[in-house]
Design a protein around this ligand. Sequence first.
Ligand SMILES: O=C(O)CCC(=O)C(=O)O
Ligand SMILES: [Fe+2]
Length: 675
Amino acid sequence: MELCLNSDGEKKLRYIDYFMHRINLLRHHKITPVVVFDGGNVPCKSTTEQDRHRRRISNREIAMAKLKEGNVSAATEFFQLVNHGVSNCLVEKIKEGVEELYKLPIEEKRKKLWRNPGEKEGFGDSGVLSDEQILDWNDEFFLFTLPVALRNPHLFPNLPLPLSESLKIYSVELAKLAMMLISQMEKILGIKSKEISKLFEDGIQGMCLHYYPPCPQPDQVSGLAPHSDAAAITILYQLNQVDGFQVNKDGMWIPVNPLPNAFLVNLGDQLEIITNGIYLSNIHRAVVNSAKERMSIVTFLNANEDCDIGPIQSLVTQQNPALYKTMTSKEYIKLMFSLNGEDINISEDSWVAHGILLCPKPNGEPQIGGGLVYGAPRATALPKLLFSHGRNRLRCSASSSSTDHVSFIKDVATSKPPQNLSQLMKMLKIRGDTIMSPGAKQGLIPIVIPLARNNSGAITALLRWPTAPPGMEMPVVEVRKHGVWLLAKNVDQLIHRILVEADTENSSENSDELFHASGDLGEKLYTKGDFAKSQISNLDVYLLKQEHFPGFARPFVFNAEVLLKVGRTSEAKDAARGALKSPWWTLGCKYEEVANIAQWDDEQIEYFKEKVSEEGKQEDLKKGKAPAQVVLDEAAFLLDLASVDGTWDECVERIAECYKEAGLNDVATFIQYTD
Ligand SMILES: O=C(O)CCC(=O)C(=O)O
Ligand SMILES: [Fe+2]
């Protein structure tokens, strides 16, 4: 019926004609029809139905194939859902209601609908934390909608009437839809029906109404900072069909523009835990634009209050042990709400009291995975606390701020974050680089922490030297296929370099911005015009007054190349052999190029391969080498060997094991980690 009322033109007549045809047919046969408007699907021709059926089966097969490939999340992290069964009319009413809500005079909003400090529901914004914070350009209204008992008696009745009524229906419809999605997932996963869905009977549902006003400088703000939702399933409706939602895929932001009447479905952290990582929660964000306001309504479906949240039994096997801890739903909620984990005492287990929040809120409220509670800017990753011991599944978002990197460096790379990292990140952004997720290490040498990617694809990263002596600063490198290229000994040195470069490239429009972004530190490091005054003509020579980082082979290779050019072959050979004593991934070029100068064929490679073989290691042990040293050497040899072809991913597991065997569990976890 709603289709008839809502659709215009041809469509409307077609449905009414169809309906009347049936009635007339019955009447013709002297049957008086009783018309029941049951909201069911409109029957269609059998060929259409067969066609749909075929499509469904084929989609299912594709999904199953993806599942087998272990690629479920790639296929299903988010999707747009049409034919969802929620009536257009209802969605339209919600849209009008939300518009009305946001148009209420501010006094009225404040009086009746404001979020008090410490509360989660009502109108609020994300607040300003620091000068450096990229602001969320977003007003939001959060409320609990189901179970009915959770509805706030002081808030719900204060909503404009049509909206509160529509929300009641909408919340039930969306709960049904979410349950339907979960049942489908159960089928795809091949597990018993209800094994997951029973957790969501009487599930906690919250909704967040977002309003993103147009912003004169959209690139200076974020609509909603990158995050994953803490809920299990989030159903998003982009109310006024304005683009802005983006999902992070392999470090890139992909816009998911609204389709008419389509719901966008995000998978959240709870589902990731419950499916033991088969489905991964996705990282997404909202961006704004200068021309149009944007509105969205987000419905978060969470498990009910009385269940346990952890990997379900049938998805835990000997081959696939539990990746996440199990906790009660209440504990999960508490964890999500707790500021930084320090005040939680969820179990006797050795909880780590950090790593939950990546950016605390000013009023002391949490920002973790929004779905569960409210729509404020969410932190980004599943808290470390949720992972089983020793597993390496912490995920991190590709946030555009440096906060993620700081947390990642502390928690995953177990290192000291460089003091001026945020300035450097800002400067990289000003240069036009795209900030990357710190965990986007796939395909890269596994000991780097990516920071940003430039237009030509080059990645700037921090190097987490596995056996770094305490207090050693992390060098900044450019990541290449065969290894890394040293950019600077530390973050400050790179900031210095960028400033000098900006100063010399007079044309650089960003020069002032870069100096500004470097702040006080920049002033300390470099004064505009110094390079010109120094009368050193070559920038590299000027910069390289500072010595190289020890352990990098590049200067020796450079030396060897120069010697070769001037015909001093034998000295070149020695210099190249010297270079090959350093890690091969620091050569700055392909191994073969240096091996050629060193007049070595494959003998070095063979020698290293022998070293990492069982016999080779036994021999070393017999010679009295300490067992820990044997495995550390093995890890180093494996990195060298992988650098020859750039096949990093193949050796990651074994290298991590070596570090574990040497007692460096933290290094192992970091090595294995990828988003
Ligand atoms: O408004 C949007 O498009 C995104 C909202 C969102 O991700 C959230 O509330 O968790
Ligand atoms: Fe979200």
